[in-house]
Write a protein that binds this ligand. Structure first.
Ligand code: AMP
Length: 433
C-alpha cells in the first residue's frame, strides 16, 4: 500500500514548475534555442534512458556522478540502464548510432531533464534541466571562443548580473601526465589530511582531488602546483589562442587553475560561468563545459575533436532578472450579451492569427466578473463587444494597463477590422524582443 501522503508529493529533489516559474522557464528555453540557432546549431532529441555503460565508461567510474549519483536499474530483461546524468556522452552515442562521424562538423543543441542522486538544496535538484550545446568535429581554438561567447551572450541577455567566467586548460594527455606526477608528489605529502574519497583517488585519479567539494581537500588544493606550468608548447598555444579570442571579443574571464571539472573526458579548455545567488550566499555554477577531443574515439569512433557546454536552467531561473523577461502581452475579448458571443469568438480567432499576443476569451460569469478576471490575468487591455459595437462593425478597447497615449482605465472605440493593427501599435513596447 502506498501511504496516502505519497500521492500528493513529488519524489525528493524533483519538482513541478507552475505559474510564473513555468513562464520564466519557457522564456529562458526560447532564448537559448533562438541564440543557438543563430550560431548555426540544430536541435537533437535524445532518450532520457541510456545503457549504463555509456556513462560509466566515459565520465569515469571514479567520478561522483557515476559512483554515487546515477539513477540506475535493471529493466525487465536484465539490461543495465540509467537515467541520463548529463548530455555529452549521449550526444556522442547519437553521433555513432546515426553514423555521422563522416559528416562533420555537427553542431547540436538539446534540452531536457538530467538526473543525479545528489543531496537536494537550493539550486541543486535530483531532476534538473539542462540546455546543452555540442560542436563535434571542431578543432580550432576559435570554436571554443565562439561557444563561450554564445554562452556569455545568452546569460547577459537573460539579465544575470555579476556572472564570472572561470577559465582553465588541463592541456593534452601528455601535459596532464606530466602534471599528474607533480600533483601526486604534492598531495602525497598531505595524504592523511585528505578526505577518504581523495585518499582513494590519490593514485588513480589525482586531478580529481582539485575538484573535491570537501573543505579540507579544498584547503590543501589551494597550495597545489598549477597545471598551466605543466602545459607543453602545443597545449599552451591552444590556451593562449582561446584567451586571445576572448580578449578580442572583450569577454572578461578569470583564470582558475583549480578548474578541472568533474568528468573524465575533458582536455584542453575547461570553463564555468558562476554567479552569486542574490541572497549574499556563495556563487553557483550556472553553466560549464570544455573540450573533449578523446571522447568519440573512446566510445569506438574515429579520433574527433569536439567542444561543448551545458547550462543549468533551474539555476538560471534563480539568478536571472525576472522583471526583464517580458512575456507576450495578454488581450482579452469580452462579449456583453449572448447575442455577441459568436462575434467575439470569431474576433479572438482572427486576432490570434494576426498578433503576437495571448488572446484570451473568458466565457463564464457576467461582464464585470470577466473584466475582473482580465485584470487578474494581467491583460494589457480588454476588447468589449456590445450590441451597438457589433452593429457598427466596431469594438471598444478598455486599457487595463497604461499604453502610449492611452492611460489606464481609458477606452477607445475602433473598427473591428483594424483591431490587430491598433493593438500592435499600442502594445509594441510590451512585445518581448
Ligand atoms: P555539469 O554537467 O556538471 O557540467 O553541469 C552543467 C550545469 O548543470 C551546471 O553548471 C549547473 O548549472 C547545472 N547542474 C548540474 N547539476 C545540477 C543539479 N543537481 N541541480 C541543478 N543544476 C545542476
Amino acid at each position: 500500500m502506498v501511504a496516502a501522503e505519497k500521492l500528493a508529493c513529488t519524489v525528493r529533489g524533483m519538482r513541478d514548475l507552475v505559474g510564473e516559474d513555468a513562464r520564466v522557464f519557457d522564456h529562458i528555453l526560447a532564448r537559448m534555442q533562438e541564440m543557438a540557432c543563430r550560431y548555426g546549431y540544430e536541435h537533437i532529441e535524445m532518450p532520457v534512458l541510456e545503457n549504463t555503460a555509456i556513462f560509466a565508461r566515459t565520465l569515469g567510474e571514479e567520478t561522483d556522478v557515476v559512483s554515487k549519483e546515477m539513477f540506475s536499474f535493471e529493466d525487465r530483461s536484465g539490461n543495465a540502464l540509467s537515467l541520463r546524468p548529463e548530455g555529452t556522452a549521449s550526444a556522442v552515442r547519437a553521433l555513432l548510432c546515426n553514423k555521422l562521424t563522416q559528416t562533420l562538423p555537427q553542431r547540436w543543441f538539446y534540452y531536457g531533464q538530467m538526473f543525479r542522486y545528489d543531496r537536494p538544496q537550493k539550486g541543486r535538484y535530483r531532476q534538473f534541466f539542462q540546455f546543452g550545446v555540442e560542436y563535434i568535429g571542431a578543432k580550432a581554438p576559435l570554436s571554443d571562443v565562439e561557444l563561450i561567447a554564445m554562452a556569455h551572450g545568452i546569460l547577459r541577455g537573460l539579465g544575470l548580473s555579476s556572472v564570472t567566467l572561470r577559465l582553465n586548460s588541463i592541456g593534452d594527455k601528455k601535459s596532464r601526465q606530466a602534471y599528474r606526477e607533480k600533483l601526486l608528489a604534492y598531495f602525497a605529502r598531505y595524504r592523511n589530511d585528505l578526505s577518504p574519497d581523495s585518499q582513494r583517488r590519490l593514485e588513480e585519479n589525482t586531478l580529481r582531488i582539485l575538484d573535491s567539494k570537501e573543505e579540507s581537500d579544498q584547503k590543501i588544493a589551494e597550495g597545489a602546483p598549477s597545471i598551466l606550468d605543466s602545459l607543453n608548447t602545443e597545449s599552451r598555444k591552444f590556451f593562449d589562442d582561446v584567451c586571445q579570442g576572448l580578449e578580442q571579443l572583450q569577454i572578461p574571464y578569470e583564470q582558475d587553475r583549480l578548474l578541472v571539472r568533474g568528468l573524465d573526458y575533458y582536455d584542453h579548455t575547461t570553463f564555468e560561468f558562476t554567479c552569486p545567488l542574490g541572497d549574499g550566499g556563495s556563487s553557483i555554477a550556472v553553466a560549464g563545459g570544455g573540450r573533449y577531443n578523446g571522447l568519440v574515439k573512446q566510445m569506438g569512433g574515429p579520433e574527433t575533436p569536439a567542444v561543448g557546454l551545458a547550462f543549468g536552467i533551474d539555476r538560471i531561473m534563480l539568478a536571472c532578472d525576472r522583471g526583464q523577461l517580458k512575456s507576450a502581452p495578454i488581450v482579452t475579448v469580452l462579449f456583453v450579451g449572448e447575442a455577441e458571443r459568436l462575434n467575439a469568438l470569431a474576433l479572438a480567432e482572427d486576432l490570434r492569427s494576426r498578433c503576437p499576443f495571448a488572446i484570451i476569451l473568458p466565457v463564464d460569469g457576467d461582464l464585470t466578473k470577466r473584466l475582473r478576471h482580465s485584470a487578474k490575468l494581467g491583460a494589457a487591455c480588454a476588447l468589449i463587444l456590445g450590441e451597438a459595437e457589433c452593429a457598427a462593425g466596431q469594438v471598444k478597447c478598455k486599457f487595463l494597463k497604461p499604453a502610449p497615449g492611452s492611460p489606464e482605465g481609458s477606452e477607445e472605440t475602433i473598427t473591428a477590422a483594424d483591431a490587430s493593427g491598433f493593438l500592435i501599435d499600442k502594445l509594441a513596447d510590451a512585445i518581448s524582443k
